[in-house]
Design a protein around this ligand. Structure first.
Ligand SMILES: O=c1ccn([C@H]2C[C@H](O)[C@@H](COP(=O)(O)O)O2)c(=O)[nH]1
Ligand SMILES: [Zn+2]
Length: 159
C-alpha cells in the first residue's frame, strides 16, 4: 500500500522555494522562488542575491543610509533571478511559488513571461505602494495570486 503522508504539489514547490531562500545572503529578508510548468515540472529556481561579478562580501546589505550604500540598488530579486535562470524558451501558463509577494518590478517580468499564477507565502509589504502596484497590474493582466496554505507538516533536513 502506498505512503499516505506524502506532501501535495503546493507544499513540494513552496518547500523548494524555501530551500532556495536559504542560499540568500540577505540578513533581513531571504526570498526564494520556484517556477513550475502547467504539468508540474520545475522550470527554474532563484533567490535574492547580488548580480554575477558583484561580490556579496563587498556590496552592501544595509537597509538604511546613503542609498548607494544600501542593498536596494544592487540586489537581484528572487523572482527575477528565477526567470533569468531559466534556460528554456517558453514559460507560458507556468506558476511561480515565491516566499514573498513579488514587487512591482518582478511582477512586470512575471507578466511579460506569460506566468499565469503566483503562489506566495508572506505578504509582509502588502501596504507598500510597490505591492499595491503589483496587484493592480496582476488584476489588469488576469493573473491569479493566492497565499500558500500550510499543510501543517514540519520537515527537518539534516544537511
Ligand atoms: O519581489 C521581491 C521583493 C524583494 N526581494 C528581496 C530584495 C531584498 O533582498 C529583500 C527585501 O529586503 P528588506 O530588508 O525586507 O527590505 O527581498 C525579492 O527577492 N523579491
Ligand atoms: Zn522584486
Amino acid at each position: 500500500m502506498k505512503r499516505k503522508d506524502y506532501i501535495n504539489w503546493d507544499a513540494y514547490f513552496m518547500g523548494i522555494a524555501l530551500l532556495s531562500a536559504e542560499r540568500s545572503k540577505d540578513p533581513s529578508t531571504s526570498v526564494g522562488a520556484c517556477i513550475v510548468s502547467m504539468d508540474n515540472k520545475i522550470l527554474s529556481v532563484g533567490y535574492n542575491g547580488m548580480p554575477i561579478g558583484c561580490s556579496d562580501d563587498e556590496f552592501p546589505w544595509n537597509r538604511e543610509g546613503n542609498p548607494l550604500d544600501t542593498k536596494y540598488f544592487y540586489v537581484c530579486h528572487a523572482e527575477l533571478n528565477a526567470i533569468l535562470n531559466y534556460s528554456g524558451t517558453d514559460m507560458k501558463g507556468a506558476k511561480i511559488y515565491t516566499t514573498l509577494f513579488p514587487c512591482n518590478e518582478c511582477t512586470k517580468a512575471i507578466i511579460q513571461k506569460g506566468i499565469k499564477e503566483i503562489i506566495y507565502m508572506s505578504d509582509k509589504y502588502a501596504e507598500t505602494d510597490s505591492i499595491k502596484a503589483s496587484k493592480r497590474m496582476l488584476d489588469a493582466a488576469g493573473i491569479s495570486y493566492r497565499q500558500y496554505v500550510p499543510v501543517g507538516k514540519d520537515i527537518t533536513l539534516s544537511l
